[in-house]
Design a protein around this ligand. Sequence first.
Ligand SMILES: CC(C)(COP(=O)(O)OP(=O)(O)OC[C@H]1O[C@@H](n2cnc3c(N)ncnc32)[C@H](O)[C@@H]1OP(=O)(O)O)[C@@H](O)C(=O)NCCC(=O)NCCS
Length: 304
Amino acid sequence: MAAELRTYRHDTDFDRVGDFLVETFGTSGGHINWLRPRWEYMHFHPLINQIDIDSIGIWESEGEILGVVHPEHSMGEAFFEVRPDHSHLKPEMLRYAEEWISVETKSGSRIEVWIDEEDAEFREILIGAEYVSKKRHDPMSFRSTGGISAEPVLPEGFRIQSLAEDDDLYKVHRLLWRGFGHGDEPVDDTEDGRALMGIEGRKLMGSAPNFRRDLNIVVVAPGGDFVSYCGMWIEPVHRLAYVEPVATDPDYRRMGLGRAAVLEGVRRCGLEGATEACVGSTMPFYLSMGFEKRYGSELWSREW
Ligand SMILES: CC(C)(COP(=O)(O)OP(=O)(O)OC[C@H]1O[C@@H](n2cnc3c(N)ncnc32)[C@H](O)[C@@H]1OP(=O)(O)O)[C@@H](O)C(=O)NCCC(=O)NCCS
């Protein structure tokens, strides 16, 4: 039966797409779909209000999802999730992204698409459609959850705990605000209209169905401020821990706090059955902890 295209319906499709990603996740080369936790993180991220959720397209046949095209944190950037035996849908999915996920520019329209670096088939489709490589890569790195001491190494006076012990959203917000370079002190989200960029956004993230306060690690400075953060998500079927987000307050960098937070998060996921942890990065910070790149995606763009 032919694949039918329809618009994503959050209430009924969020979990179904999640299950589809779990079922089709694989690291054997060719096209690799997103990990399920990234899909969840996207939907409960403060930037979710920057995208048009109705732009997500689903290809389905007899109740089985065959493919999904969607943005992440902004319009103009598309991602493709495809059932491995339905890669013939890719050209149609690309046209869909051009129509529904592209953004307007001064001279017309633009779409950027992420494809797996090993997906020669998709690359040929893009070249044929006059896309150009942006020479930007989005790597995924892995390490074992084993071999981590239960006694994190921290400077004197600092301690490590999880949000299960203290879920102070202002402290979390201040740390992530400063850690991701938004400014010195967080603005009142209601004042500048970016409703989800403040405490409300942190509440949203904490409301994700698989958000685990006991796996969201913070390092606490002697004065009580949260100064380093590591969020962790577990995907139990593939026994994976997914690291997101990670940040250290700029005033407390290169003190080993980020490393302590990430390793503690990874260790706790190991106790929960995860055998490997993964992160969308090849920063020296992660490589220094033993993460190694396993696969990645690359960005292509077309303007018309
Ligand atoms: C990346 C980040 C979390 C590191 O936090 P941190 O607490 O300063 O890191 P640590 O002190 O634990 O660093 C541990 C090791 O990682 C490596 N490392 C950390 N920062 C590094 C940098 N800027 N350049 C090169 N290596 C670095 C070093 O090997 C370091 O050990 P060393 O200081 O003994 O040389 C922090 O710089 C940050 O918040 N950046 C902005 C947000 C971000 O990029 N998050 C990650 C997104 S996936």
